[in-house]
Design a protein around this ligand. Sequence first.
Ligand code: PHE
Length: 326
Amino acid sequence: MASIESVQIEYQKDIKNNLEINEIEHKYLSRKGYIAELFKGVKDILPEAKAEYGQKVNELKQSIESYITEHNSAPKIESIDIHPVNITDIKSELGSISPISWLIFRIQDIFAEIGFSVATGPELETEKYNFDALNIPKSHPARDVWDTIWVQNPAGIKSLLRTHTSPVQVHYMESHKPPIRIIAPGKVYRYEATDATHETVFHQVEGLMIDTSTSIATFKAIIQYFFKELFQQEIKIRLRPSYFPFTEPSFEIDIWIEDHWLEIAGAGMVSRVVLKNGGITDPHIQGFAFGFGVERLAMILYGIDDIRLIHSADIRFASQLGKIQL
Ligand code: PHE
């Protein structure tokens, strides 16, 4: 173990011999240099001598530091040759819009053409809006269809992350009188394992149209128009009878893509119970609702075979958008 005196002697010798500045710095001030070693040695010093010892090491350290500053051969600022940099020449990578946001914008545009505006609702929902008001009471077996992420709420209200965008239907009816023409895009949450076609968090677009003469025929025409615009070609669709507690009758919408039917959306005429829960009691007023998954649509449109790629935050994936013709 080096002593202060021996280090001092060594240091004087090095100065006399004009040892390079960076070598002095390394030898004395680096993490494993003499000064660090001396500081470590404080533990072997008698308690009453520790303070004095520490002070001496500090003094030595400071004198080495000032010697280094004085003799540092690094060029002084004024002698540096400064070349102006043209910052317009610096190219940084641009971010890009995620395929999902892009697709949602596109969907909004298509529906805007036929008078649909955009509505939103909370992602943190209550049991009332996500289930009860949609005619899915507690004991209802259909609740199991939507694997739910429940959220603890200090106020004692049962909260959850919405499992679908359908609660927006009720919120909107409560605050707007018919005629209603909206789409409601947004995130939804399901408590399920992820795989190539399932994600815990994904996006849906809900549609709602309510008026005096809105029928299944109206619905079919609108959805036909939507797919034609989106795919930029005539798309064959079919409605298959199905079941949702909040629509009556209910159906699944299939589209014909590359020689087979693909299930793409749930839909139906809005149930009287739901209309009433939204404050609409006039028997002459009726409408339809539909809901589809945006990621699923993106996978079909762009030929993506694993949904997990979409939210992977991989810039190589997201930046392909520029090449995608929408
Ligand atoms: N909310 C339903 C789902 O998530 C889809 C749907 C919306 C069905 C509107 C009918 C009407 O599965």
